[in-house]
Structure formats: C-alpha cells, structure tokens
Design a protein around this ligand. Sequence first.
Ligand SMILES: [Zn+2]
Length: 452
Amino acid sequence: MTTSPLTIPASRDYALHRARVPAIFLADGAPPDADRDGDGCVLVDMSIADGRVTRIAAADSTPPEGALDLGGRQVWPTLVDMHTHLDKGHTVARTPNPDGSFVSARDATMADRIGFWDEADLRRRMTFGLACAEAHGVGAIRTHLDSNDDGPHRDQAATSWGVFRELRDAWAGRIALQAVGLVPIDVYATDHARRLADIVATSGGLIGGVTRASGGLHGEPMENIDGLLDRLFALAAERDLDIDLHVDETGDPAAAALDAVARATLRHGYEGRVTCGHCCSLAVQPPAQAAATIALVAAAGISIVTLPTVNMYLQDRGAGRTPRWRGVAPVHELIAAGIAVAVAGDNCRDAFYAYGDHDMLDTLRQAIRILHFDHPLDLAPGLAGPVPAAAMRLKDTGTIRVGGPADLIILGCKTLNQMVTRHHADRIVIKRGKPLGATPPSYAQLDASIAS
Ligand SMILES: [Zn+2]
C-alpha cells in the first residue's frame, strides 16, 4: 500500500504534496483541473499555515519547495459521530447483556444506570470514550444522555447533564460535543418533560426521546403518540431547541412512528430541525407504506442517522437462530428521495452493543459493506463527514476548506478500495496542523469493576 513512513514537519507552516482527497470532503469543491480517480478522489497540493489550511490546488508536477510528498495517500478531515451514548459506554463487563437482545439491553441498561451512574462513574467512562474517539480522528460527537428523572432515576438528568457540560468545556478545541436528552416518549405526558427541556436549554443541548413507552417495545400500540409529540415539539419551540429522536428500532413493521414524527415536524413548522435515528422497520414495511413515509420525511426535511453496526447486532436476533436481515434503514431509498443520511457509531461496549471503539473510520468501513454503499464509493465518505457536519451545523469538522482548521487524517492507503479493505492503525491524526500522536487508551484506565 504505502512506501515509506511519514514525518509531519514540526513547523507550523508546511505543504502537503500529492494528497488524494475524496472530493466530497472539499467544502468549496475540488480544483477543476485536479486529477480524479474512478471513486471521486482528487490529487491535490495543500498548504498549511498557523494550524489552518491556506491553499488547495491541483497537484503540481513537481513538489512545492519543502513540501511533504504524500505520494497519493488518502487525506481526510476529522470525522463526525452524530449518534453515540457516551453515558452508557464501557459497562459491558459489569452489566452484560445475557442474550444480546433488545429487551435484555433495555433492562440491563436500567439496572446499570440505577446501580452505578454517579458523577465519577459517568466522568470516567465518558472521558475514556472521548479519548478513544480523539485518537481515531473523530472531531465531533453528538451523544444522547439518558435523562429519566422518575422513581429510582431521581436526579439522573441533572447529574448526567452536569458531567456533560463539564466535559464539553474541558474538551473544547479537541472534540466538539453536543448532547440530546433521551427519555421514553411517554415521559412527555409528565411534569418531568418541562424540567428536562429547561436542563437541555440551559445546557445548549437538543431535546429528544425514543418513540416507545417506558418499559415498552417499538411497535407496541401508542394511541397518544401524536399528543406526546405535540408536547415535545411545543417544549422545543418554546426554547428554540433542535430535536433528535430514536425511532422504530425494530424489525416489527407495526412500528411506524417515523410517519408520526414527520407529520409533527410539518405541523409545528420544524422543517430542517429534526433528526431521526435507526428507522429500521421502514425497511420491512409494505413498499407503498414505506414510500409514503419517505415522502413525508423528505417534505419535513428530517435528517436520518443509520447505525449499521448496532442494528446488525440487535435486529433479527434469536437464540439458536441465524439472522436473516441486516437491520438497517433503507438508506438508498432515503437518499434517492433527497433526504440527508448520516452513519454513526451508536453504543460502544455496553448492553446494546458489546463491541465498538468510537472509531468512525471503522464504522464507515463496516457501513459501506452492510449497506452496499459502493460501486462507486464516491458518496460513501460523505456519510461520516459533510452530511453529519451539516446536520449538526458544524463548520470545522467533517470537511476540508481553505480557511478551515488543519484537522486531518492521513491514511496509509491511496484508494477508497484500500480504505475499505484494511484497518488503519497507522493513520496519522493532525490537529491544528500538528500530529496528535495519541493512541486509544488502555482498558486499564477504566475502573477495576468495568476494566475487562
Ligand atoms: Zn442510540
């Protein structure tokens, strides 16, 4: 794949020669005269000064004075993981999922939350997750935060959001952090909904939820879903909050909350401000029903996040039985309708997903294969860069542009085929022009109760 190890100049000002960049990452378009391969990657020279990209041009036939010759290696921006659960992460050893099912994941998570989630526990595990992500070249994360506040969960929302605000400030300039208040949708019929909305508003977060009842499953009847969504949207509108929901995370075609969310978005004039994650059942509904919902989602300007690694783990699982479907939303059909679709990592080493390392490059490589998002590969990098960056309204992550920060990932490979094929332990993450030099933290850094 590559020929020689790279040494990034210690200087704040340098140039990269023969960088191969997927054109979809270039926010201001590719230089028209740049050499372009069959997967939409262009060969460019890039200048960096004082931590910023100052020039992007078609690769010259000779290297600029003193430039580092990348020999056609892939150069990417730092990536965006717009749907995670940092508060649940790395609990798999102390609270395992006994059978890998969604029901067991829901129940194990509640037990872990009640038993362990104080400030110190959240801070330790969330910091570990952020350190993993940073080392892999993730520059922005949106995390959902379990924000129940009833019975045994008393004060969980205040505790978790307090730790989030502390970590967001501590990690500013390293990973841009957003958070979403996550509660079962029936919580919007309770007094806690207003308290949660106020916590979210004072924390600069998003309001959200999961479109199933407390202790229930996606697909079970919810006659008052429209009224609950109206309450959620009203609380959001009063505080000018964006919305991010977990929707229809099941292979049960009876789960059709996405349609209700799209109608609520239109009813409240909230077009362009709503994200829906999962949407698995859309793939197994009758084609005419799915097409009608997709048209509504497009009209409502809803962004969709697909979580292929976790959906493939949880969906169509049964003891002693081999899964028959991949569990993912109909991504091709959504994109064909003009809907913005991002890929994200979701859970890491918890009851909902036993694996994961906050590595968006790895998530994207798996997603491309799970979703058949290839032949050609030119649009694939967009799912982890410009699409989620736009949905999260980020300017400095997920794209490369003149004037933007030199936050880059230099891969050891030259083509997108090689990117998908091999893992990338040899990647070089550049932050503000300088090599980060970080490696994922050792599991020994976790508390003894959650270390393995
Ligand atoms: Zn999730």
